[in-house]
Design a protein around this ligand. Structure first.
Ligand SMILES: Cc1cc2nc3c(=O)[nH]c(=O)nc-3n(C[C@H](O)[C@H](O)[C@H](O)COP(=O)(O)OP(=O)(O)OC[C@H]3O[C@@H](n4cnc5c(N)ncnc54)[C@H](O)[C@@H]3O)c2cc1C
Length: 434
């Protein structure tokens, strides 16, 4: 069983970890267009000294005692291994709710993603792999990158931001277009992030602050202090306001870097000159409206499972990404189980049906093919529960058919009639439910 995770962000990593537990023998590949793991949990390095790092995206893992307990499979290891540490520094303006806990990742948030990927025991990870087309061929997905590399997979999971889903070509395009209406309700904020690498200490009595009443900046963090690493080389991270990000989304990064650096100097005039600077544009930063009802993911195809997930389907927080990954795994496993069941039933049901073909009645054949076709169409429409229901019904019907064959031999024709009526009733009930 070959599974491809497209995207090297936190949702993919968590999905890999969960799938590894549920399907220990599967072969999991991960492809990402970026040069490394992290996605919007990226950590950047200073070009002058790579040991000076800064988080470009997510800053805090905010959760509750209850959520941590309920998701001990994710949290216990991260806390016992020190991947997550409680936030210690003073954050000016941070809204604190009584039951919430804030954690930071001392080594940088991309380290969190990398650690989870390690736990997932991904068989093959390929970066600089920009997936451009996904096609169905002989019941498997053929996935191709912009540079022409391709491979076959039984299961594909996509966790990129929604606008990037719409860029995919191949037969998957049609399936994604068919979901255009709900997908288009997903919206994102946009932000610029400026990193000032100082490589020397910045002494303040705070580690981070939310900035009020500034048209350009909303947040600043002395990143080594925020991550409980005061002894490390200092980098400062500044996030633009969402309105600034939206207004300048099409502007060039070098132009914006100049604007942001000069505004940082106005805000913090006593700080020294940074040794190096990095400016990053998050076109899709945080989800402001999720997919309707935030289902965690959507099963786009079930015959060859293809699932779309990520924060768009749950919300832009680590805990939401856990929720998304768990629902992705559930959908994948369900679809695979139904696939197996379907195979099983077809294998088992063919035999009694063939045995009966020496005296096939048109009515009987029609009833059989209606059930099988109905199963296939429900399966393709991704209504797994209804499909399982009908499969089980189908088994029962087949048992009746075998039994009725004997009844028939014994001359009790009425049993067969009952079976046809039962099949008809099942199909009618199912139509009614859907
Ligand atoms: C500035 C900022 C601050 C944030 N602050 C917080 C915070 O404090 N706390 C918090 O919990 N969350 C925060 N978030 C949100 C959090 O980072 C996201 O919700 C989370 O990282 C989303 O993870 P994901 O795996 O769903 O998506 P992503 O991290 O976006 O991963 C998707 C991956 O898909 C890849 N990809 C896209 N298209 C393709 C393609 N065609 N082929 C191959 N690969 C592709 C991308 O390169 C990317 O790596 C913040 C985000 C930002 C940007």
């Amino acid at each position: 069983m070959k599974i491809l995770l497209v995207g090297g962000g936190i949702t993919s990593a968590l999905t890999g970890m969960c799938l590894r537990k549920l399907l220990p023998d599967c072969n999991i590949s991960l492809w990402d267009k970026a040069r490394g793991a992290g996605g919007r949990m990226a950590t950047t390095r200073c070009s002058l000294n790579p040991s000076c790092t800064a988080d470009l995206g997510a800053q805090y893992i905010t959760t509750t005692e209850e959520y941590m307990k309920a998701n001990g499979d994710v949290y216990n290891h991260l806390i016992s291994e020190g991947i997550l540490e409680p936030l210690k520094c003073h954050v000016i303006g941070m809204r604190h709710q009584d039951n919430t806990k804030n954690f930071v990742v001392p080594n940088g948030t991309s380290f969190l993603v990398k650690n989870i990927l390690q736990q997932a025991k991904i068989n093959e990870t390929k970066f600089s792999h920009h997936v451009s087309s996904i096609d169905l061929e002989d019941g498997r997905w053929i996935v191709e990158t912009k540079t022409g590399e391709k491979d076959y997979f039984d299961v594909v999971v996509l966790t990129m931001p929604v606008p990037q889903l719409f860029l995919l070509e191949g037969s998957v395009k049609r399936s994604i277009q068919s979901l255009a209406e709900p997908l288009n309700t997903v919206t994102y904020s946009a932000r610029y992030v400026l990193v000032l690498f100082y490589l020397e200490n910045i002494n303040e009595n705070w580690g981070a602050q939310y900035i009020d009443n500034n048209p350009i900046f909303r947040y600043v963090s002395i990143d080594n202090i925020r991550r409980n690493q005061p002894e490390n080389l200092c980098a400062v991270v500044l996030h633009s306001t969402v309105s600034f990000g939206a207004k300048h989304i099409e502007d060039s990064i070098p132009d914006m870097e100049k604007v942001l650096v000069s505004q940082a100097k106005v805000l913090f005039p006593n700080w020294p000159e940074p040794k190096a600077v990095k400016c990053h544009k998050w076109r899709y930063s945080q989800v402001t409206n999720t997919y309707p009802d935030a289902p965690g993911c959507v099963l786009v195809s079930s015959s060859a499972p293809l699932v779309i997930g990520g924060d768009a389907f749950a919300g832009s927080k680590f805990d939401n990404c856990i929720q998304s990954s768990k629902s992705i795994c559930q959908k994948v496993v369900e679809a695979l189980e139904v696939g197996k069941l379907f195979q099983d039933i077809t294998d088992r049901s063919v035999k009694p049906t063939l045995d009966m073909r020496h005296s096939p009645s048109t009515k009987q054949r029609l009833a059989e093919s209606r059930v099988v076709n109905r199963c296939l169409s429900i399966w393709q429409a991704a209504n797994i529960h209804a499909c399982v229901f009908l499969f089980i019904a189908h088994i029962k019907v087949n048992e009746y058919l075998c039994y009725s064959q004997y009844e028939q031999l014994l001359g009790k024709q009425h049993m067969c009639e009952d079976v046809y009526l039962l099949i008809g009733e099942l199909v009618r009930q199912l139509d009614h439910r859907m």
